[in-house]
Write a protein that binds this ligand. Structure first.
Ligand code: TXA
Ligand code: MG
Length: 330
């Protein structure tokens, strides 16, 4: 994208929400808070706005976007709900759950936003600012996490400004995102399958489905298999190397701790942040991306990360940590 845009950062008051909706209606790019992370929104029905959004993020255009809608009625204009999808939407919307469904005939979302797939990802966010914008605009808004491709997701307006300032029109500041990790993505195509662990714990989904939630077989997660293109992205990647499940800290490493029992060597760490001293996974999720950013800015070669239990929100936390630790694409 050439030419720097003057990015407006505005507190989430009534007027800002109205302005944000007008900006979207004009084809603008607006970052706004949801309960999970900040999203970068564009009018989903405006192909040019969607193209600008990909350009601002520096995101490969084969990666489809989530359409955010005000409620279930609006979602049903875009997608076909089977019985499982109905059940999940009734139980968890508004909330940190994205459903991948068959696209409805006549769905007004721009082809580019769904990357030419015959499926569409939809969600109803549980945040007053996001819902305010959606109700004012009266159209679906596609919104990936509001970070440059290759960076961790933003949980504050300041993170968005650091990453996308000069590239987008508007940032609505609604304070820190309360959940802190992205939505859980479940495909309901022939049967429910987990595409991405996230802010809605697996255990809660399984309670509603009254059975175990199937994972997508890893063989499907290649570029030729469109079911879960997002699973490929190494888009949770800090600059520093991550060393996971450490039981000791090497001198000069940063430590990302969890719980009160810190490992040997902690006294020689360059910097220590604790996701949750009390061992609370909900608190840890809230702090995850923000702490990764802070440690990465401390200019260390390696971030040592203590083990995090793989239950509740721990599954999403461990998924994001594993991606952040994975080798980079390019
Ligand atoms: O919490 C969230 O979900 C945040 C907030 C802003 O709503 N959004 C978010 O969007 O995380 P994004 O674009 O960073 O991640 C969406 C994921 C991508 O991995 C994408 O590949 C996947 O959803 N996705 C979208 N449409 C899909 C489809 N039709 N089939 C499979 N995966 C899809
Ligand atoms: Mg993202």
């Amino acid at each position: 994208m050439n030419g720097k845009i003057d990015t407006r950062l505005v507190p989430a008051e009534f007027v800002a929400i109205a302005d944000a909706a007008l900006c979207l209606a004009d084809g603008g790019l607006v970052a706004f808070p949801t309960e999970t992370v900040y999203g970068l929104g564009a009018d989903a029905t405006n192909g040019i706005a969607v193209a600008r959004l990909y350009a601002a993020k520096g995101r490969p255009s084969f990666n489809p976007l989530i359409a955010h809608v005000f409620d279930l009625t609006a979602a049903k204009r875009l997608a076909v709900f089977d019985a499982a999808a109905e059940k999940l939407a009734a139980a968890f919307w508004p909330g940190p759950l994205t459903l991948v469904l068959k696209k409805r005939a006549g769905c007004p979302v721009a082809e580019l936003a769904t990357a030419g797939l015959d499926t569409i990802a939809v969600r109803v966010p549980d945040h007053p600012v996001a819902l305010g914008i959606l109700s004012r605009l009266g159209r679906p808004v596609v919104a990936p996490s509001a970070n440059r491709s290759g960076h961790v997701s933003p949980t504050t307006a300041q993170h968005v400004l650091d990453d996308l300032g000069g590239r987008i029109d508007f940032i609505v500041d609604g304070g820190p995102a309360p959940v802190g990790v992205e939505s859980t993505i479940i495909a309901c195509l022939d049967r429910p399958q987990l595409l991405r662990p996230g802010g809605l714990p697996r255990e809660e989904v399984e309670r509603v489905l009254e059975g175990p939630l199937e994972d997508v077989p890893s063989g499907l997660l290649d570029p030729g298999a469109p079911i879960a293109p997002g699973m490929l992205e190494s888009h949770y990647a800090p600059r520093a190397r991550l060393r996971l499940r450490v039981d000791r800290v090497n001198p000069g490493e940063a430590l990302l701790a969890f719980g009160i029992r810190l490992p040997p060597g902690t006294e020689n760490a360059a910097i220590v942040l604790n996701l949750s001293p009390g061992g609370d996974l909900v608190e840890a999720a809230t702090n995850l991306f923000s702490d990764l950013r802070t440690l990465d800015q401390a200019d260390v070669a390696t971030i040592a990360v203590m083990p995090v239990p793989n239950e509740g929100l721990g599954e999403a936390i461990n998924d994001r940590l594993a991606r952040a630790a994975a080798p980079r694409e390019g």
